[in-house]
Design a protein around this ligand. Structure first.
Ligand code: CO
Length: 174
């Protein structure tokens, strides 16, 4: 399982709800964690591995040995978010070596389903809330570059153009 890089159109495609909670779904989530740890990320959304479903995984430590902190969410919804917003530094596995300051609510309440389809509710703050909100954006085809400040957009423009060039070269050679 490979991480899809910007500007792959699967990152902007519509994501269908998860409807089947079977062993295949669990295996997909497991493979997403492996891909996430391999690329030193803390979260990954299904469209980032080319699966256009409303599924995301994260581990705030980014450490495979801290598997008890792994979270898998299917069909997540934001039930509440704080009005207080704070900027924080973010990267994205679909944008290697690109970083920016992104404004996010500092706390959220989430309603979702687990791998077995059972309801899950979570209250997240700070770093955990930021990770969730970044991955949740992916499920709506929203990328962190969309939320960058004009200054960060300008600073990252050459690196983004390089990703577009690489994507075009890859398409042309396949
Ligand atoms: Co991302």
């Amino acid at each position: 399982m490979d991480v899809v890089l910007y500007p792959d159109p699967r990152l902007r495609a519509k994501n269908a709800p998860v409807e089947v909670f079977d062993a295949e779904l669990a295996a997909t989530a497991r493979a997403m964690f492996e891909a996430m740890y391999r690329t030193e990320g803390v979260g990954l959304a299904a469209p980032q591995v080319g699966i256009n479903r409303r599924l995301l995984v994260y581990n705030p430590t980014g450490k495979a040995e801290e598997a008890d902190l792994e979270i898998v969410l299917c069909n997540p919804k934001i039930a509440w978010k704080s009005r207080v917003i704070e900027p924080g530094r973010e990267g994205c596995l679909s944008f290697p070596a690109i970083y920016g300051q992104i404004d996010r609510p500092i706390a959220v309440k989430i309603e979702a389903q687990g791998l077995d389809g059972a309801p899950v509710t979570l209250e997240l703050e700070d770093w955990d809330a930021r990770i969730f909100l970044h991955e949740f954006d992916h499920l709506d085809g929203v990328l962190f570059t969309d939320r960058m400040t004009p200054a960060d957009k300008t600073r990252n423009a050459p690196a983004l153009e390089e990703l577009v060039d690489r994507y075009r070269e890859k398409l042309a050679s396949s």
